[in-house]
Design a protein around this ligand. Structure first.
Ligand code: UFG
Length: 344
């Protein structure tokens, strides 16, 4: 029978791409999202791609009464993919309690209700931020967890521990923790993509908005790092590749194939790319120069980090497929679609 999967944060950037891949793999999908950082129109984009409208309920996961009512109404949920979280690093420094409440209470509420309703497993959306500044690259899952540099990063670490402690206590659930590197790009149909509210904090939306003339100039934060061209290095992973890893992970977990009750995987390409290299890739795919200037370092930035994805490659049988060029081109196509629709 088709698996019934709850996707929290399913109208968000990674969530929406995962909903599409889940539906296309035959799963029945239900979404909970409070729309604090996304738009219900995303559901229409999903429907245009897959032909299926997922069940969608708008409420906040910190609201336990609403969550209980949801599980009572929708029986037989097999598994959860938990994306819903506040995710702006800078904002988390300004509003730590908001981040701790949103990100931690949401997970606690879900975990508490899972055994009650027979939900067998949870895939958790974590981040390479848990590694801090790595001692060496590429970085694998056994690398030490470093002191978090922001409340946002701390919520990812704490949530990983909460899941492990709960399962260690004997809770009858399983979990797969996925540590993402830097997700970028959009669905090839350009029906869904990243839609940051206000001024983008992340590199690729800032680049595509600058290419579109919405922003005047990209600031490259530092060219004096200990890297070949002096700019920071990241592992940019295609969002659809990332979404596909979630489908594999949840099917593995629900199919009883997990080797341990909690498994952890890095999701990256294994390639480090500098900010200036990414700018050049954008210039190539868009066919025009990108207005950019070098400015000072951004506080808290990691100098260089990229994944060793061997465990995901061999154990999950998942590998990032898309090239960086195609991925940046998909982000540019999405930006152009937003212009055609008059959204931006
Ligand atoms: N950058 C610029 N100019 C910009 C924006 C970014 O030069 O306008 C640079 C940054 O300095 C960094 C690189 O582009 O070197 C990538 O920056 P992002 O903000 O896109 O991504 P980060 O790697 O800083 O952050 C991401 C996620 C966080 C997560 C973090 C973990 O967005 O949620 O990885 O390291 F916590």
């Amino acid at each position: 029978m088709a698996k019934k999967i709850l996707v929290t944060g399913g109208t968000g950037y990674i969530g929406s791409h995962t909903v599409v891949e889940l539906q296309q793999s035959g799963c029945e999908v239900l979404i909970i999202d409070n729309l604090s950082n996304s738009n219900a129109e995303v559901i229409e984009g999903v429907k245009r791609i897959t032909g299926i409208r997922p069940v969608f309920e708008k409420f906040d996961l910190t609201d336990m009464d609403s969550l209980k009512a949801f599980f009572n109404k929708h029986e037989g949920i097999d598994g959860i993919i938990h994306f819903a979280a506040s995710k702006a690093v800078g904002e988390s420094v300004q509003k730590p309690l908001l981040y701790y409440r949103n990100n931690i209470v949401s997970l606690l509420n879900l975990l508490e209700l899972m055994p009650v309703h027979g939900v067998k497993g949870i895939v958790f959306s974590s981040s390479c931020t848990v590694y801090g500044e790595p001692d060496s690259n590429p970085i694998d899952e056994n690398a030490p967890i470093k002191l978090a540099t922001s409340p946002y990063g701390n919520t990812k670490q704490i949530n990983e521990e909460i899941i492990q402690d709960f399962i260690h206590s004997g809770a009858n659930i399983k979990s797969i923790i996925l540590r993402y590197f830097n997700p970028i790009g959009a669905h090839s149909s350009a029906e869904i993509g990243e839609l940051p509210l206000g001024v983008p904090q992340n590199l690729v939306p800032y680049v595509t908005q600058t290419g579109m003339g919405i922003r005047k100039q990209l600031s490259v934060f530092g060219d004096d790092y200990n890297t070949p061209d002096g700019s920071c290095i990241r592992d940019y992973i295609n969002v659809v590749d990332l979404a596909k890893a979630h489908v594999i992970a949840i099917k593995r977990m629900l199919g009883g194939k997990s080797k341990q009750n909690v498994e952890i995987f890095n999701l990256g390409t294994g390639n480090g790319v500098s900010v200036l290299e990414l700018v050049r890739v954008f210039e190539k795919v868009s066919g025009k120069p990108l207005n950019h200037k070098i400015v000072g370092r951004r506080e808290g930035d990691i100098e260089k980090i990229w994944a060793n994805p061997d465990r995901a490659n061999s154990v999950l049988g998942w590998k990032a497929q898309e090239t960086l060029e195609d991925t940046v081109a998909s982000a540019w196509k999405w930006q152009q679609r937003l212009r055609e629709k008059g959204i931006m």
